[in-house]
Ligand binder design. Sequence first.
Ligand SMILES: Cc1cc2nc3c(=O)[nH]c(=O)nc-3n(C[C@H](O)[C@H](O)[C@H](O)COP(=O)(O)OP(=O)(O)OC[C@H]3O[C@@H](n4cnc5c(N)ncnc54)[C@H](O)[C@@H]3O)c2cc1C
Length: 463
Amino acid sequence: MTYDIHVIGGGLAGSEAAWQLAEAGLKVRLSEMRGGADTTPAHHGGDLAELVCSNSFRSDDATSNAVGLLHQEMRALGSIIMAKGDVHAVPAGSALAVDRDGFSGGVTAALAAHPNITIVRERIDTLPDGPAIIATGPLTAPSLAGGIGAATGAEALAFFDAIAPIVHRESIDLEVAWFQSRWNKGTGKDYINCPMNKDQYLAFHQALIDGEKTEFREWEKDTPYFDGCMPVEVMAERGVDTLRFGPMKGVGLDDPRTGRWPYAVVQLRQDNAAGTLWNIVGFQTKLKYAEQIRIFRTIPGLEKAEFARLGGLHRNTFIRSPELLDTTLRLKSRPNLRFAGQITGCEGYIESAAIGLLAGRFAAAELTGKTIAPPPVETALGALLGHITGLAEAETYQPMNVNFGLFPPIPGRTKKADRKKMYTDRAREALPGWINSLPPGPPPVPQPAPAVPADNPAEPADA
Ligand SMILES: Cc1cc2nc3c(=O)[nH]c(=O)nc-3n(C[C@H](O)[C@H](O)[C@H](O)COP(=O)(O)OP(=O)(O)OC[C@H]3O[C@@H](n4cnc5c(N)ncnc54)[C@H](O)[C@@H]3O)c2cc1C
């Protein structure tokens, strides 16, 4: 069987990449191990683009929500995931939720019927020599994960993805919190510090112990985690002072309001180059999302915190993309290979499909002797790609849903209520010029009637 490019993994990203390539006229071999002898611990069937957990693509509001904007941009680029999502939508308010079997069945049928796509039910164990897109997801088969680890220099790729919550900088109260590094090291102002007195610390410690937690899944129980990934509530359970002598120690930090070291402190560290997102240091957690919001908003200075993502601890496989990939998702050390989907360190069904879409477009252009620039950073596609391929801090790189904190800030002072619309208006202005510069691809998917504004547009992914 001859083909122009090999796509490995028929999930959200691989299906979208294969579609984009095939519609550009390229012959694609799409290898998917499910439907044959293999499966993953989370998938149930053999259809392509299976949704492993929730059936929601999250908000479809393209005016005030970053993932809604991403939906809109993907539709403009003829996304098969969005096309089949729209066809199989079920009522979900301003969110786009789908009939999961109808959706995956629809994607599978469309790809199977495409004359340029050959779906092969096989597990791939080694990285290919020819042009390929690796889209094997967070549960990449261990044999291939070993090969990816060898090619990328990482010893192990399957580990607990220990995520501390990330907060939008503008929602931190700097009347209470202050910038300072412990002992004034570094620039002297590398951290934002939220002080606690004794009573506040004791109440917070008890809340961590009492808070409702999520359980590990059966297949996650064997995956090791490192000491540095200890959940904050597990540390709290070890003793009343464990946190106060660990990540919450107040020494070397002078609270400008008291002139003294606080009894305990919560520190946040910059998470992106733009300085719009800050992670809570050492606060990886298995507290339920609602509990995290409730408990972490009791931290002085974070009473009105808006979370770009909440904490978590689950098995994942992803590469350190900001260091390893170029701006068109090619592995720098082996540019015939592109990576797409959650293995690049994005998070979520739609984000994974979006990166698959871009990988497909970049590869299609390259194989037909053209080059295309990455999408403008003002767009959701560009902001997400930028995060993955360079703007995030490589050392602390963690999977991330698309959110406005990844976009270049809107200059000047603006009302919070207006800002989201300004982000999305700016993106809608920037996208058409880029699309017009692209070689032909699939026809756009019609944008459904505007969604009712979401009650809580900052809803996190329920991954
Ligand atoms: C348990 C769990 C629950 C999640 N829940 C949600 C959620 O509710 N909402 C959300 O937005 N996101 C969720 N996510 C995160 C993420 O968005 C999804 O995992 C998403 O499916 C990722 O898309 P992908 O295309 O990168 O990988 P996948 O959709 O997993 O696709 C990868 C494909 O590659 C195949 N494959 C793997 N190795 C090989 C190999 N060696 N050869 C051939 N084929 C191979 C797999 O069978 C799979 O079909 C969840 C993740 C996990 C692990």
